[in-house]
Design a protein around this ligand. Structure first.
Ligand SMILES: [Zn+2]
Ligand SMILES: [Zn+2]
Length: 283
């Protein structure tokens, strides 16, 4: 575990909402209500995210994963129990070859800029501690006292992606389904784009009640910095992603070949939204 660096950047970004940026790789969110708090995702697991949030709140904490990707569940081992959608539970095994490879790639990338990581061994990171895994599904609520987080199933980027909606404050936490960066739909376990489109269809009627969207990745274009953007984005991203997906489904050859840290795909952009997708026929 990394202890010597300012590994997290923690910024309050909304009413009772803190963004916990893990060295520009991914952002987790802490949502604090009058009675309880929810931690949405646990990051890479390279640092001690539990110690970070204990500096913000001592309220009873529930840990919820927006989906099972290794950069969102890496710190789960620090907590006695977590919540995740059943369809993404298979990601949780940190000994999975795909997870080990993803971590190896991340470590190699980070080592090039962070000298402290030169002596850090991948084996020190492949953590496994048994904790209780609870499943969440559509319609579940996390009651925090003066606010509630509602679970909305939004599969696409992974089969078990969920979004959390705080209706009282007008906040949406969409995991990796909505962001100002490319939406990765070309991953081995991503659903067909038609499923992504249905998820956007589900979010569209809510946009009148959403004031801010808190994404886990992304930065405003033209504003490069080492940390992830902790700037919330607006609801038009949902509409633009919807149209982007619709156009790809209409003509699968519309995209350009494109290489990413997660392998090649086809890339298409509409407005400010962009999707990397699999070249085979989508449905
Ligand atoms: Zn992801
Ligand atoms: Zn992610």
């Amino acid at each position: 575990m990394i202890k010597s660096l300012p590994w997290y950047r923690v910024v309050q970004v909304g009413n009772g909402v803190w963004a916990i940026d893990e060295h520009g790789e991914v952002t987790a969110y802490l949502v604090v209500g009058s009675e309880r708090a929810v931690l949405l995702d646990t990051g890479l697991g390279l640092g001690d995210i539990k110690a970070e949030i204990q500096q913000i709140t001592e309220k009873p904490l529930t840990v919820v994963n927006t989906h099972g990707h290794v950069d969102h569940v890496g710190g789960n081992c620090l907590f006695s129990e977590i919540y995740i959608h059943k369809a993404d539970a298979f990601f949780l095994d940190m000994e999975r070859p795909a997870n080990i490879e993803k971590r190896r790639g991340t470590l190699e990338r980070l080592r090039s800029t962070i000298p402290d990581l030169k002596s850090f061994d991948l084996q020190d990171w492949v953590t496994f501690r048994s904790n209780k895994v609870n499943f969440v599904a559509e319609g579940a609520f996390f009651e925090l006292g003066d606010r509630t987080l509602q679970v909305i199933e939004t599969p696409g980027h992974s089969p078990g992606c969920i979004s959390l909606f705080d209706a009282k404050n007008g906040y949406l936490f969409p995991g990796d389904m909505v962001s100002s960066e490319h939406i990765f739909m070309h991953l081995p376990d991503s659903t067909p784009l038609g499923v992504f489109l249905k998820s956007m269809n589900k979010l569209m009627p809510l946009t009148g009640n959403i004031d801010l969207i808190f994404p886990c990745h992304g930065r405003e274009k033209g504003m490069p910095h080492i940390w992830n953007s902790q700037t919330p984005i607006d609801t038009r991203y949902i509409e633009e992603l919807h149209e982007c997906a619709r156009r790809i489904i209409e003509d699968n050859s519309i995209g350009q070949t494109y290489d990413t840290i997660a392998g090649p795909g086809l890339y298409y952009e509409y407005g400010r939204a962009s999707i990397v997708y699999k070249p085979e026929i989508e449905s």
